[in-house]
Design a binder for this molecule. Structure first.
Ligand SMILES: [Zn+2]
Length: 170
């Protein structure tokens, strides 16, 4: 049973879709609404609906769904499917790092990221970060992308070196 994985490419959130068994369990066994599944997996209802279709999970009837309170859509960026071989690599990355943040070691809200922010899904380009370290990385990356700083990840440290103040600046 594989839950969806959340990861980030080019600053946009993307998802590795769950498998049919996981979706079936959430929707039919646990009786969650698509809105609830979307909230819990931090994606949009539209994305969950497309998972339902691709996994061939039957929908509840209109009458059953009428009881479900309509939640608001959430989700950042443009969640999109990726191919299965990449999905396998994301799971490998999580397995390799033991579902823990590579920076602070927390297991809270860990997600898979592309180190160089490209779509390269090679395992050595994947990293696992918790929700807080992700924010830190995103802030640092914004500066790197603007050419204002360099981010150096060491063993247990992260250094943000600002170009304007750096001694190697030309
Ligand atoms: Zn962390």
């Amino acid at each position: 049973m594989n839950a969806p994985l959340r990861h980030k490419i080019h600053g946009h959130w993307r998802f590795v879709p769950p498998d049919a068994e996981w979706l079936q369990d959430q929707y039919w066994t646990q009786q969650k609404s698509m809105n609830e599944i979307a909230d819990e997996t931090q994606t949009s209802v539209t994305t969950v609906a497309s998972w339902m279709t691709s996994c061939q999970v039957q929908r509840r009837t209109r009458a059953e769904n009428a009881r479900i309170h309509a939640g608001h859509m959430r989700g950042e960026g443009n969640p999109a499917f990726i191919d299965g071989s990449s999905a396998e690599r994301y799971r490998q990355a999580l397995g390799f790092h033991g579902n823990r943040c590579q920076w602070c070691g927390s297991d809270e809200g860990v997600q898979v990221f592309h180190r160089d922010h490209s779509e390269n899904a090679d395992v050595d380009n994947l990293m696992v970060l918790c929700v807080l370290c992700n924010r830190l990385e995103a802030q640092a990356w914004a500066l790197v992308r603007e050419g204002r700083a360099e981010m150096i990840v060491g063993d247990g440290t992260i250094t943000i070196r600002f170009q304007a103040k750096g001694d190697t600046n030309e």
